[in-house]
Ligand binder design. Structure first.
Ligand code: CA
Length: 236
């Protein structure tokens, strides 16, 4: 199992590099939001509270060093993996003691980036596991079977809880109704796919605007961030 899949914010203005990072992180079970400029990325980290940030230094808007500095100035300790293009940027990262957790230098292998991100996550929170799942304003404590939305605890039925936890384990992953039935209700379940729709509606009613369950027309559902939280620089 991946060491704590969750949402990763990637700030990278080169679409090819951003796409490659997204591909590898998603393959590893992370949800990924990419931003091409630093200001949008900073906003995203503050509002979406990702498990980690992959931060290119050379960014339009607010550069990566400044994004990191502002987050740390706020007391935000989200692990940051810097992506640097030049040796002098490495010097800046190391010299300023910005509180970056690690860095990779371009050109990097995507596998190296993922491995370093895992290491950063393990160091930042050694007990990190799949016990607590968070996406935006929704938090789930799996062993205690408790859920919160926008800071308030929400009472869920056993099935609603299992469905929410299942979706939150793989943010961004699109599930067919049949896959959700198999995973949450079990293979022998007599329930039809309509049951999934009913439970999603119930989750939306209980979690309100923070509900991260998105309908993917013609396919099924995914846990994702609400659209109105997206400052516009994001892509999904
Ligand atoms: Ca760049």
């Amino acid at each position: 199992m991946t060491p704590g899949a969750g949402l990763v914010v990637v700030a990278e203005d080169d679409p090819a590099v951003a796409g490659l990072i997204r591909l590898y992180l998603e393959r590893d079970g992370y949800g990924v939001q990419t931003y091409g400029d630093g200001t949008a990325a900073l906003h995203a980290v503050r509002t979406h509270r990702p498990v980690a940030v992959v931060l290119d230094i050379g960014l339009p808007g607010t550069d990566g060093v400044e994004v990191c500095r502002r987050l740390r100035a706020d007391g935000d300790t989200t692990p940051i993996l810097f992506v640097t293009a030049r040796d002098e940027e490495v010097d800046r990262v190391l010299g300023l003691e910005l509180g970056a957790d690690d860095y990779v230098t371009k050109p990097f292998s995507p596998r190296e980036l993922v491995a370093r991100l895992h290491a950063v996550l393990r160091r930042s929170c050694p007990e990190r596991d799949q016990d607590r799942l968070r996406l935006g304003e929704v938090l789930v404590d799996v062993p205690r079977r408790r859920a919160w939305a926008s800071g308030a605890e929400v009472r869920l039925t056993a099935t609603e809880f299992d469905l929410l936890a299942h979706l939150l384990r793989r943010p961004g992953r699109v599930w067919q109704r049949e896959e959700l039935l198999a995973a949450v209700w079990g293979y022998g379940a007599a329930a039809g796919t309509r049951t999934v729709d009913v439970h999603v509606s119930q989750l939306r009613a209980k979690l309100g605007p923070a509900c991260p369950v998105r309908t993917v027309r013609g396919v099924g559902y995914a846990a994702d961030l609400p659209d109105d939280d997206d400052p516009g620089g994001g892509s999904r």
